[in-house]
Design a protein. Structure first.
Length: 328
């Protein structure tokens, strides 16, 4: 790393170029390269927390980075036989909605389509999350979170089209908790976090009392970077296979075109670098990022607080550009 990176981050925060930057944590070859923390207002899933002096010990909303953690947990639960197989009809896992399963087009949706966000169901999270018409907000406010997702109008054949959907993650998180017989956070602690010595973690509950699988996870920056290191180590930690190696490969295999320049695997984004090598990302609202670059043995985390800012990508991309320019 360039030696002046920390100073340049400080300058960018002071100038406003890196608006509401909370934390940057960079690890290379399993060692800390740089970590920097700032002071700024923050919130917990919409609830203001006031101004926070961030540190390595501060929990932070991951928002939709949570989705990628759920993807890893599904692979763990699948290997344990606690959740349905990838080719199983999604509605078979929700027998309470037998009326929906009578629709053959709906029955064609598989577990794999939920993991790849290619279910073919109507879903709109392009609206601000303060807008009740946003599909994730509507889901949370509905009487039955899972029926709401599964009964959305069919707009494409399963597997045909990618559509960003917190609803897909809500279904998967529910199946993990149901199969394990414990709340999602308890399962995550036991199978993933505790073996990695990640003890301080929260999962905000949605309106129905269950974990908000798609956006509610809260972690510390160094701990999230450990998840990136876990990807670099193909699911292995201290000699123990926490996530099956083949599931890491499945998760990071592109299955659909997502946002511009990004493809989507099983709840992870895949990008092709200029040299042709892949990088992997978990992305969250407001400027939350976990980026993993195998060719550089690098994992880095960015936390920001731009949850409601229309141009939230501008300060985020400025931080990322600086980080990448500093790599040596």
């Amino acid at each position: 790393m360039a030696p002046d990176l920390a100073a340049r981050l400080d300058q960018g925060v002071q100038s406003g170029e890196f608006a509401n930057l909370h934390a940057v944590f960079i690890a290379r070859k399993g060692r800390v390269e740089m970590e920097r923390y700032f002071e700024s207002p923050d919130e917990r899933w919409g609830t203001p927390l006031g101004t926070i002096a961030f540190s390595a010990d501060t929990l932070h909303d991951l928002r939709s980075v949570s989705k990628s953690i759920v993807g890893l947990l599904y692979g763990i639960a699948l290997a344990e036989g606690k959740v349905p197989a990838l080719d199983a009809p999604l509605l078979d896992a929700f027998p309470a909605y037998a009326d929906l399963a009578r629709d053959e087009r709906r029955r064609a949706i598989r577990i794999s389509h939920a993991l790849a966000m290619t279910m073919g169901l109507e879903w709109n999270e392009d609206l601000p999350y303060s807008d009740p018409r946003n599909s994730e907000i509507s889901m949370e406010r509905s009487k039955d979170r899972y029926r709401y997702v599964l009964e959305r109008p069919i707009v494409a054949n399963p597997g045909e089209r990618w559509r960003y959907s917190g609803g897909a993650t809500a279904l998967l998180g529910h199946l993990i908790a149901k199969g394990a017989g414990v709340p999602l956070l308890d399962y995550a602690r036991d199978r993933l976090f505790s073996p990695m010595d990640i003890e301080k973690v929260e999962w905000t509950r949605g309106f129905n009392g269950e974990a908000a699988a798609a956006s509610g996870l809260r972690m510390r920056a160094p701990d999230l970077a450990r998840v990136g290191q876990l990807l670099l180590q193909r699911g292995e930690w201290n000699g123990q296979a926490l996530v099956p190696k083949d599931w890491i490969s499945e998760s990071l295999t592109p299955r659909a075109d997502a946002f511009e320049g990004l493809r989507y695997g099983y709840h992870w984004y895949v990008i092709q670098r200029q040299d042709g090598s892949p990088a992997y990302m978990a992305i969250g609202l407001g400027g939350q990022r976990l980026v993993v670059i195998p060719a550089l043995e690098l994992a880095y985390v960015i936390f920001m607080g731009n949850y409601y800012r229309e141009d939230q990508l501008k300060p985020l991309f400025a931080v990322q550009k600086l980080i990448h320019a500093s790599l040596r």
